[in-house]
Design a protein around this ligand. Structure first.
Ligand SMILES: [Zn+2]
Length: 169
């Protein structure tokens, strides 16, 4: 599927898309109150992202319902149902910006499906093949019994484990 490109969204990449390095470096911690609208605003600001109307609306959908795993298509569908005027291309851009800012984590399955996880702490996943669903593995201490040798000059940044599950026949 080819995402439809919304030209009005692409027209002003300079004033809307960059992450302000100064704000990021300042390490401002968001003060969360439990009110999603306020919290999303705080999270965006703390990450150096301007809280535009589109980011606020998408952030509200993403972070207002607890820990979630969503593809861009799933979020686009939710936004459409919630009457948020946004293109699939903008949803992709926003998800990538939030990921770059450390507010989301990407989990790839199959190389074709990318899920965005609102839980950015270290954890692994079950992938339910039958309903294409990503679920957290509750044990955060799950480790490989033997770590692979890493080429000279490299270190392991992160290990993402996806355990694929299918229904028993
Ligand atoms: Zn997760």
């Amino acid at each position: 599927m080819v995402p439809e490109v919304d030209r009005t969204d692409q027209a002003s990449p300079l004033n809307d898309d960059g992450i302000d390095p100064a704000a990021r470096a300042a390490g401002h911690q968001p003060s969360l109150t439990g009110c999603p609208w306020h919290d999303v605003n705080e999270m965006l600001q703390a990450a150096g992202l301007r809280p535009t109307r589109q980011r606020m609306a998408l952030g509200w959908l993403l972070f207002g319902k607890g820990a979630r795993h969503l593809t861009a298509e799933m979020l686009y569908e939710e936004a459409t149902l919630a009457k948020v005027p946004v293109s699939l291309a903008t949803v992709y851009n926003t998800l990538n910006q939030l990921t770059d800012a450390g507010l989301l984590r990407q989990v790839s399955v199959d190389g074709t499906k990318t899920y965005f996880d609102t839980n950015v702490t270290a954890h692994h996943h079950f992938y339910l093949e039958n309903n294409h669903e990503l679920v957290d593995i509750p044990d955060p201490h799950l480790v490989l019994s033997k770590m692979p040798d890493v080429p000279e000059g490299y270190e392991i940044a992160r290990i993402d484990m996806v355990v694929r599950l299918r229904k028993k026949r």
